[in-house]
Design a protein around this ligand. Structure first.
Ligand code: UD1
Ligand code: UDP
Length: 358
């Protein structure tokens, strides 16, 4: 049996790994490396438990740090495991620092790299995720694209070999878990929320949290929106830290229901029952579209352009009045399509990995 190593470390990596790992294990011996980029129970282990992911074979315990230090430590530690394991290929997921470290370590050892969620572009190089995506795509051998736009983006950069339109594995993640998520529906009751009676907010991207003026403007908008409709905000630890440091925490929590991050099943319940979603997350924009919930995105650009083109997502940036207006007035304007492909992306990916000579 051929051996693959999956490298993960952050929340969105785990969500993408779940369906891929399940399919991989039918054909390959899979070894999971966890870099330790995320480590709080609600940012990490809860996903393994809820999504039935096998426990990591190697935990590198790298933790938090500046981009260079964190990525560098992960690179050295992943390399060591790969040299010992000598896999036939290495899988990396999405656009985190873990993704970059895993891809770079493998490419330098001449181990074929498989990038799951390849070809996405926001065309904003100030975003750390964009730098990671571009670099990972350029050192990957097999590129699993969720959308046609992603395939086109790669072609424009001269990458055509190894590119496959598999569809989005997060369609599978959601489909697999929606069935069991009803068992977590009590999260609505626990938080005192009613169906379509609240807005769900998530904010954690560096371009918002690390710019005090943008963070303050978003907080003011959320507080204002909360005068009209309940706002529930599962808050990333990065954001908690920045809000407290900027002196915004007390005011925000007096108006908005700020809670700890929630597990994936609770998140699906909260998304599906929300009247609207307000977010800067990549994954949450997609999930809102798939669930038919209007999305207001707190960014100037998105890599998920189809959600905007189809009228279900609007980019409002961090400007207070624009956010408030959209939260109150924005309504979707057209039908949704199968933008992210039919379910089965994970098995289509594994099928092509089985057929590959890598
Ligand atoms: C990372 C990804 C981002 C992704 C996000 C998902 C990069 C460059 N960014 O951002 O694309 O959207 O994960 O959630 O890889 N922290 C904790 N506990 C944890 C994890 C983090 O307290 O379990 C705090 C630490 O203070 C840390 C900060 O959050 O310094 C940022 O964590 P880090 O992993 O560096 O980046 P994210 O903001 O999580
Ligand atoms: N998510 C979750 N609980 C939360 C916030 C997000 O389970 O409190 C899930 C979300 O449903 C999606 C994934 O985490 O599947 C997205 O991760 P995140 O927003 O952290 O990162 P991004 O997609 O922006 O890289």
């Amino acid at each position: 049996m051929r051996k693959v190593v999956s490298v993960v470390g952050a929340r969105p990596n785990f969500v993408k790994l779940a369906p891929v790992s399940r399919e991989l294990r039918k054909e390959f011996a899979e070894v999971i490396i966890h870099t330790g980029q995320h480590y709080d129970y609600l940012m990490d282990q809860v996903f393994f438990e809820q999504m039935g992911i096998a426990m990591p074979d190697f935990h590198l315990g790298v933790g938090s740090g500046t981009h260079g230090r964190q990525t560098g430590e992960m690179l050295a530690a992943v390399e060591k495991v790969l040299m010992d394991q000598v896999p036939d290929m290495v899988l990396v997921f999405g656009d985190t620092n873990t993704t970059l470290a895993g891809a770079l370590a493998a490419a330098k050892l001449h181990i074929p790299v498989v990038h799951v969620e390849a070809g996405l572009r926001s065309f904003d190089r100030r975003m750390p995720e964009e730098v990671n995506r571009v670099l990972v795509d350029h050192c990957s051998d097999i590129l699993s694209c969720p959308t046609i736009t992603a395939v086109d983006n790669l072609r424009k950069e001269g990458i055509e070999r190894g590119v496959h339109l598999t569809g989005d594995v997060m369609v599978d993640s959601m489909q697999d878990c929606l069935r069991i998520a009803s068992g977590s529906a009590s999260v609505l009751e626990d938080l005192g929320l009613s169906e379509k009676g609240y807005i769900l907010a998530t904010v954690h991207r560096a371009e918002n949290t690390d710019h005090p003026a943008r963070l303050e403007s978003i907080c003011q908008a959320l507080a204002e929106v909360a005068r009209h409709i309940e706002v529930v905000f599962p808050c990333h630890p990065r954001t908690v830290g920045r809000l407290k440091a900027a002196g915004l925490w007390e005011e925000l929590t007096s108006r908005v229901m700020v809670v700890d991050p929630v597990g994936y099943l609770e998140m699906l319940v909260l998304e599906a029952a929300a009247r609207k979603v307000l977010t800067d997350s990549g994954g949450v924009q997609k999930e809102a579209y798939m669930l038919g919930v209007p999305c207001i995105t707190l960014r100037e650009t998105t890599e998920w352009v189809e959600t905007v083109q189809d009228g279900w997502n609007v980019l409002v940036g961090a400007e207070r009045s624009g956010i408030i207006r959209a939260a109150i007035d924005f309504l979707p304007s057209g039908p949704r399509k199968e933008v992210f492909g039919r379910p089965g992306a994970a098995s289509r990916l594994v099928e092509l990995l089985s057929a590959s000579q890598a």
